[in-house]
Design a protein around this ligand. Structure first.
Ligand code: PLP
Length: 400
């Protein structure tokens, strides 16, 4: 027996390295631990709590729904699902939605739809999907294969066939998109887990043109970038493109597990009864949480807030890049912010935590900052002040 199988004494499988911190209560941008210590939470449950913790607008609708109906299966009409689909399609370039429970499932649905579309077109030979280095599309058997990162594949070979990987943001990749077998391309416009790396505008536009010319479906994975996170409701709006499909999950339900695939008519019609489904997907509780979340983002004009305050944060971070040579790069969009250092950021994260601020990593050297979309200017100032103190403390003592 290997050591790995005997050292884990917990009854929970050892899939996460957990912080020594238990969160027991949250309100807006703040959380409290079991000892009632308060923290400014700029992890937002990994880009999930776009309205902060326990947002009152969502709380009200979900509690109302809790008293009525939780689940009924997709064998019945679900008005809350219809309402959410109507609103998501009216706010985007897509015409139909499919609901599921997570990001990986939304991408699974997109991949299935792309394959089915090719078959329906009589293009039996089109079986491949192109993805890009550094991407992250999920942990299921097929979405880990869509993820173009060797370390995610390790231990799980043979992985699902039919994926081809090309370099991200590389213009030479564009000529290799169509090898005669390609049915779709899947892409994040800001790679989240891959280190907060925005896609180049011109590159994306040329990619979209190439796809359109060759009848290759363009799938934008907005699981992390969607729902206002990058300063527009969906990040594709900033690229002047109209994808064929988009996937959503993280920020869609304010922490309620829910995912969605949106598609234009062209490919959407390839799903018919019997081709795809989900037991829980689209149930009344999840749809209510998502609809209330979307309504709040829209009615409170939160994307404008994100744009405004994001500029303020980026201006500071760019100044600090000059002040601290250990900062290698500052990048991202809206409230999906990455700061790359020339060393591991574990110490900075820990320093922040000791000062009651929570932030994330995106790879060992990248600090990932994910404020809720409705964070206040005071909270941002507080965050920036504490971060600057930590950088002062940790980076200056090193160089002196
Ligand atoms: C988190 C994430 C996923 C996977 O979502 P799950 O809900 O964990 O399955 C897929 N794509 C992107 C871009 C993500 O950030």
């Amino acid at each position: 027996m290997s050591e790995l199988t005997t050292t884990n004494k917990s009854t929970i499988m050892n899939t996460y390295l957990r912080l020594p911190l238990t969160l027991s209560k949250g309100k807006g941008s703040y959380v409290w631990d079991q000892n009632d210590h308060m923290y400014l939470d700029y992890t937002s449950g990994i880009a999930t709590l776009n309205l902060g913790h326990v947002p009152p607008e969502v709380h009200a609708k979900v509690t109302e729904q809790l008293d009525k109906l939780w689940h009924c299966s997709n064998l019945f009409e679900i008005p809350a699902q219809q309402n959410l689909a109507d609103e998501l399609t009216s706010l985007s370039c897509f015409s139909q939605a499919f609901f599921c429970n997570s990001g990986a499932e939304a991408n699974e649905a997109a991949i299935k739809l792309a394959k089915k579309y090719a078959k329906d077109q009589g293009n039996e030979e089109r079986v491949e999907i192109v993805s890009f280095t550094g991407s992250f599309h999920g942990r299921t058997g097929t979405t880990l294969a869509a993820t173009a990162q060797e370390k995610i594949h390790q231990g799980f070979t043979p992985i699902t066939p039919g994926f081809r990987y090309l370099p991200f943001n590389d213009f030479e990749s564009l000529e290799k998109i169509n090898n005669g077998k390609t049915t779709a391309v899947i892409l994040e416009l800001v790679q989240g887990e891959g280190g907060v790396r925005p896609a180049n505008l011109e590159w994306v536009q040329e990619l979209a043109n190439a796809c359109q010319k060759e009848d290759i479906l363009l799938i934008i994975d907005e699981v992390q970038t969607g729902m206002g996170r990058t300063g527009t409701l969906f990040s594709y709006e900033q690229y002047g493109i109209e994808p064929d499909m988009m996937t959503l999950a993280k920020g869609l339900g304010s922490g309620f597990p829910v995912g969605a695939l949106l598609a234009k008519d062209k490919s959407a019609l390839s799903f018919q009864p019997g081709t795809h489904g989900s037991t829980f997907g689209g149930n009344p509780l999840a749809m209510t949480a998502a609809k209330a979340t979307l309504d709040t983002i829209v009615s409170h004009h939160l994307v404008d807030e994100v744009k405004r305050y994001s500029e303020k944060i980026f201006t500071k971070l760019h100044e600090w890049k000059k002040e601290f040579p250990a900062i290698v790069d500052v990048r991202g969009k809206g409230f999906l912010i990455g700061v790359e250092f020339d060393k591991e950021v574990k110490g900075i994260i820990e320093g922040l935590r000791k000062n009651h601020v929570l932030a994330l990593v995106a790879g060992p050297n990248v600090l990932r900052i994910l404020p809720p979309l409705n964070t206040t200017e005071e909270e941002i100032d507080q965050f920036l002040m504490i971060l600057h103190d930590i950088l002062d403390e940790q980076l200056k003592e090193e160089s002196s």
